[in-house]
Ligand binder design. Structure first.
Ligand code: MTE
Ligand code: MO
Length: 565
C-alpha cells in the first residue's frame, strides 16, 4: 500500500474546524465549552431544585408520563438482537463515512463547492497560488486535497481509499437498512412503538423535569424496563424516526443519478447541502451513542445490562459478562477492519460489488435529463485527475488539434477516424448539467459538443457490442499503471445527454478539463467522465482490458464500474 494512488504522500487530517465569519475555530474548543456549560447547568439546576415551584413542577411531572396499561414492557429478543446488530453495523458505517469525508475534507452549502466557502474543514485552505494557475500542472486537484485518517478511526485510513471505504459504507448501509426495516415492522407489530413515540404533549414538561433532575445530579428513578422517561423517549424517537431516515435520504441525494433525474444539482437539495446534513446526522449519532452509553453506565449498569442483554429485570452478573464478551468481539472487528481491507482490497471490491453493487446499479435506470440555467454555473470547477504528459499530446495541442484523430473501432460496422474539424462540423449540442465527483465535491457547468448517439449513427455498432471503452491520452496516477480508461454501457451512450464535449462554459475545453475531448454521461460519477479522449472502442465485455474491472480507477482504486451513486 506504500504506492497507494500513485504513491500519494501522506497528508493527515486535522481536527475539524468550523468557520465563523472569516475565522476558523477548531472543534476542540467544544470540549472545554461543553464542560463549562455542563458545570454551569448543574449549578443552575441544583439551585432551581431548591424552589418550591420547581419541587411542585417535578412532583406534577416526575419524568415519565402516566403509562397506559396496554403499553408493553421489557425487551423482547428481536429488539435485543436488532440493538446489537445496529451497533456493529453503525461502527463500520461511521468509520467508512469519515473516510469518505476525508477524501474531500470540506463541507459547503453551495452546489459548486467553491473554495473559501466551506463551513467545516479537516485541513488548511486551498493554496491560493494553485487556484486557476496559468500552468495546468500547478492546479490544485481534488485528489491533492484529500487527507488520511488514523487507521483505527478511518476505514481503512490511508489517504484516498474512498473506493474501499464506499464498499464498507454501502454494504453495511444495506444491512443497517434491513435491520431497521425489521425493527420498524416489529416495533409496530408488537406495540413496542408506544415506548418510543410521544403520545401526548405531557412529554415536553416531563422532559424538562427529567433534564432538571439529571442536571441537579439527583437522577429520576430508572424505570426503563417498564417505560422510558420523556427525555429518553424524545431522544429515541428522534434517532429512530427522524435522524435514521434522514441519513438514508441525504445519502441518496448525493447520487448523480438522483440529481440528474430530479434536477437537484442546484438549489436547496444540492449535494453539498445533503452532505452537510448527512454529516449532521453523523454528529447526532456519535453524540447519542456517547450519552446513551454514559447513562447506561451511570444509572445502574448491571440492571441495565440485564434488560438489554437478556431481557430480564434482574441483576445477574452474567449480563455483564455477556456484554464484555460482545464488546471484546466488537473491538477485535474494529481493529481488524482496516488491516484486512488494505491487505485484500480486491476481495473487498468483489464482495461489495456482489452485495450492494448491483442494488446501487439499479439507479442507472433513472433518466438523467436535468438541465440547469446559466446562473447555476459554478464560479469554480474543481479539477481532478492526472494530466497528459506525452510529447504526442503536446504536439497535437500546439498544432491546435489539426493532427488529432479520434479513433472509433471495435464491434462496429464502420470503424472511423474523426478529425477535430469533423467533430466541429457535426451537430453541436449544449447542456448545463451537474458533475458529482466520487470524492464528494460537485459543480455545474455548460458543456458543448457532439452527441455520442451521432457517433453511434456513423460507426453503427454491431448487435454484440455491449460496452464502450474510452481511452485517454493521459496515464492514470500509478507509475506503470498505463492509460486512464473507463467503460460505459452502450445504452447510456444513446442518451441525448451523453456528450463528447469540446467546450466548457462556452469556451474551448482547457487542458485541465480535458482538451480536446471529454465525455459526459450524466447518470454516472465524475471519474467515469474520461478526459483527453484518444479512442473509443466497442466491446462485448471488458474482462480482457486492463485488470478487467471496467476502468482505470476500478482496476487501481477498487471503485465499482456502475456508479450512479
Ligand atoms: N484521463 C483522465 N480522465 C479523468 C480523470 C483522470 O484522472 N484521467 N479523472 C476523473 C475524475 S476523478 C473526475 S472527478 C473528472 C474531473 O473532471 P474535471 O477536472 O473537469 O473537473 O475527470 C475524470 N476524468
Ligand atoms: Mo472524481
Amino acid at each position: 500500500m506504500g504506492e497507494w494512488a500513485g504513491g500519494i504522500a501522506d497528508e493527515p487530517a486535522r481536527i475539524p474546524s468550523i468557520r465563523i465569519g472569516r475565522r476558523w475555530i477548531s472543534t476542540l474548543w467544544l470540549v472545554p465549552l461543553a464542560i463549562a456549560a455542563l458545570v454551569v447547568a448543574v449549578a443552575i439546576a441544583q439551585h432551581l431544585r431548591q424552589f418550591d415551584w420547581m419541587q411542585h413542577f417535578i412532583a406534577r411531572y416526575p419524568g415519565t408520563p402516566a403509562t397506559d396499561a396496554a403499553e408493553p414492557t421489557g425487551f423482547p429478543a428481536w429488539l435485543r438482537w436488532s440493538h446489537l446488530f445496529n451497533i456493529v453495523f453503525m461502527m463500520f458505517i461511521i468509520r467508512a463515512g469519515l473516510q469518505i469525508l476525508a477524501d474531500h475534507p470540506r463541507l459547503y452549502l453551495n452546489s459548486g463547492s467553491t473554495p473559501g466557502t466551506a463551513w467545516l474543514r479537516l485541513r488548511g485552505p486551498v493554496p491560493p497560488e494553485r487556484l486557476n494557475p496559468s500552468e495546468p500542472a500547478q492546479a490544485w486537484t481534488a485528489k491533492d486535497d484529500s487527507v488520511s485518517l488514523p487507521r483505527w478511526l478511518g476505514l481503512p485510513g490511508t489517504r484516498h481509499t474512498i473506493g474501499l471505504a464506499r464498499w464498507w459504507h454501502f454494504t453495511f448501509d444495506g444491512l443497517w437498512l434491513l435491520n431497521g426495516i425489521a425493527f420498524y415492522v416489529l416495533l409496530f407489530a408488537t406495540g413496542q412503538w408506544r415506548r418510543i413515540v410521544p403520545q401526548s404533549w405531557d412529554v415536553l414538561p416531563n422532559a424538562a423535569s427529567t433534564m432538571v433532575q439529571y442536571l441537579s445530579l439527583d437522577f429520576p428513578a430508572n424505570d426503563g424496563f417498564v417505560a422510558y422517561n420523556s427525555l429518553q423517549l424524545i431522544a429515541y424517537f428522534l434517532t429512530v424516526f427522524v435522524f435514521a431516515p434522514m441519513a438514508f435520504v441525504t445519502g441518496l441525494l448525493q447520487a448523480p443519478a438522483i440529481a440528474a433525474r430530479f434536477g437537484l444539482g442546484s438549489g436547496p437539495a444540492n449535494r453539498q447541502v445533503a452532505r452537510s446534513i448527512h454529516f449532521g446526522v453523523l454528529a447526532w449519532m456519535v453524540f447519542f451513542i456517547a450519552v446513551h452509553t454514559a447513562m447506561v453506565f451511570t444509572t445502574g449498569l448491571v440492571e441495565n445490562l440485564n434488560h438489554i442483554v437478556f431481557g430480564t429485570d434482574t441483576d445477574s452478573y452474567w449480563a455483564l459478562a455477556a456484554y464484555l464478551v460482545a464488546m471484546a468481539v466488537i473491538v477485535v472487528l474494529w481493529l481488524l477492519a482496516s488491516p484486512v481491507t488494505l491487505r485484500y482490497p480486491r476481495v473487498i471490491q468483489k464482495v461489495g460489488r456482489s452485495s450492494v453493487g448491483w442494488i446501487k446499479g439499479l439507479m442507472e435506470w433513472f433518466n438523467p435529463d436535468a438541465e440547469y440555467s446559466e446562473k447555476d454555473i459554478s464560479p469554480y470547477f474543481w479539477p481532478n485527475g492526472t494530466l497528459p504528459n506525452s510529447e504526442h499530446y503536446r504536439t497535437l495541442q500546439s498544432g491546435n488539434w489539426v493532427d488529432y484523430r479520434l479513433r472509433v473501432s471495435g464491434l462496429v460496422e464502420k470503424p472511423t477516424e474523426f478529425t477535430y474539424a469533423d467533430l466541429l462540423d457535426m451537430d453541436k449540442h449544449e447542456q448545463i448539467t451537474q458533475h458529482y465527483c466520487i470524492q464528494g465535491w460537485s459543480g455545474i457547468a455548460k458543456w458543448g459538443g457532439v452527441r455520442m448517439a451521432d457517433i453511434l449513427r456513423v460507426v453503427t455498432p454491431l448487435p454484440s457490442a455491449r460496452w464502450v471503452v474510452f481511452t485517454s491520452m493521459a496515464d492514470g496516477s500509478e507509475p506503470g499503471g498505463g492509460r486512464y480508461y473507463d467503460c460505459h454501457k452502450i445504452e447510456h451512450m444513446r442518451h441525448p445527454k451523453a456528450l463528447l464535449a469540446y467546450e466548457m462554459n462556452g469556451e474551448p475545453l482547457t487542458e485541465t478539463h480535458g482538451a480536446p475531448l471529454r465525455l459526459r454521461n450524466e447518470v454516472e460519477l465524475g471519474f467515469k467522465q474520461v478526459k483527453w479522449i484518444e479512442s473509443i472502442e466497442f466491446v462485448e465485455s471488458f474482462a480482457h482490458i486492463g485488470k478487467g474491472q471496467g476502468g482505470y480507477n476500478e482496476d487501481h482504486e477498487y471503485f465499482g464500474y456502475r456508479m450512479p451513486i
